[in-house]
Ligand binder design. Structure first.
Ligand SMILES: [Zn+2]
Length: 124
């Protein structure tokens, strides 16, 4: 099964009911195998769909090198599904501790067939 390393997150305030109004959730993530460069941006819905299809998302601490799997959970405050990292004793791989998107990202990739070679215009 494919695995994707999450290296940055986008957060946004979510409107909840009553006392739970305005709490923060991760709304998109960026993945990149080398931990430096975002190869793909995933809106939350795509992450959840991919997880349901068997794809694994994980974080890896830059200092601890500890890998933690990301799980989906149901937030009762806003009655929606969201993602979080499994709680453990290491902090630098916690989903909430990752850097914020956007990290400069390449344009989204579609099917391979749609990719056209870019003309090399460096020399005018
Ligand atoms: Zn919520």
């Amino acid at each position: 099964m494919p695995k994707h390393r999450i290296i940055c997150v986008e957060k946004a305030l979510t409107n909840g009911a009553g006392q739970h109004a305005h709490h923060e959730h991760i709304v998109a993530v960026g993945t990149g195998q080398d931990g430096q460069c975002v190869e793909r941006r995933w809106p939350l819905e795509e992450v959840l769909a991919a997880m349901r299809a068997g794809t694994t998302f994980y974080t890896q601490g830059p200092n601890s090198n500890t890998v933690t799997e990301v799980e989906s959970y149901h937030c009762h405050k806003c009655n929606g599904f969201h993602i979080r990292s499994h709680p453990d004793h290491v902090k630098d791989n916690n989903l909430d501790e990752l850097m914020r998107c956007p990290v400069p990202a390449p344009p989204p990739r579609r099917d391979k067939d749609d990719r056209k070679p870019q003309p090399d215009r460096r020399h005018g």
